[in-house]
Design a protein around this ligand. Structure first.
Ligand SMILES: [Zn+2]
Length: 226
């Protein structure tokens, strides 16, 4: 397969660093649409800078699962606006930083099918979002990265303290999700759920109950609170 590569120095009108780097043309279009949506939905408009950790990587892909080698992935460390920075490395700084991270992740999920977030159990994503389009955007109860973000959001924004961030759409998570949103299998409900997560996360003074970090610093399997 020949890769249709393009060089980029900006993404969705925003300077990216480091540059120039290469990326697949089709994935760049998907990424730009998703980020234009983010500039619209967040309260700060277009970011000032996107700090990334690599897109296309020229290397063997013997198992055909390396999305960077397939030029359909990027690692985003953080987004820099004039007044704030949002990224996984900021998740544990404060409840506000955590909520902004959940909000940005929700918007990314709207447009990009594979959005690997802070709660990946492999602990590799504590400092970047991995974004790729090997799956289409949309709800799937078996897609664990999406469930982890949903669980973290239900804990933080709806105060469902009985849920664990384990990526499993079990009875407790399902009950909490249905009580808060309805049936996520309905694409409109799913979209509205992500929009509501982003609204709450971007609200400057949102707090569900006591304003302390409700998210544990580890992989979600323990019970330690930050
Ligand atoms: Zn990656």
């Amino acid at each position: 397969m020949t890769l249709d590569l393009v060089s980029f120095t900006t993404i969705a009108g925003v300077p990216a660093t480091p540059v120039p780097r290469k990326i697949g043309r089709a994935f760049l279009a998907t990424l730009e649409t998703a980020l234009e949506q983010l500039w619209k939905l967040c309260p700060w408009g277009p970011a000032r800078r996107i700090i990334h950790g690599g897109a296309y990587v020229q290397r063997p892909d013997p198992n055909m699962v390396d999305r960077h080698a397939q030029a359909r992935a990027i690692d985003v460390m953080h987004f820099e606006w004039d007044v704030v920075e949002v990224g996984p490395a900021m998740v544990l700084l404060s409840p506000t930083d955590l909520r902004r991270y959940l909000a940005v992740t929700a918007v990314l999920e709207l447009g990009i099918g594979c959005t690997l977030n802070y709660w990946q159990p492999d602990a590799k994503h504590k400092n970047h979002w991995h974004l790729d389009d090997h799956r289409s955007p949309g709800w799937s109860p078996g897609w664990m990265p999406q469930i982890r973000h949903l669980q973290a959001s239900l804990i933080e924004f709806w105060d469902h303290q009985d849920i664990k961030i384990d990526g499993v759409y079990g009875p407790r998570t399902r009950a909490a999700a249905e009580a808060s949103f309805g049936d996520l299998a309905d694409p409109t409900v799913w979209r509205d759920a992500l929009l509501e997560i982003s609204r709450r996360g971007f609200a400057p003074d949102f707090s569900a109950g006591e304003d302390t970090l409700k998210i544990e610093p580890g992989d979600g399997s323990g019970s330690v609170r930050a």
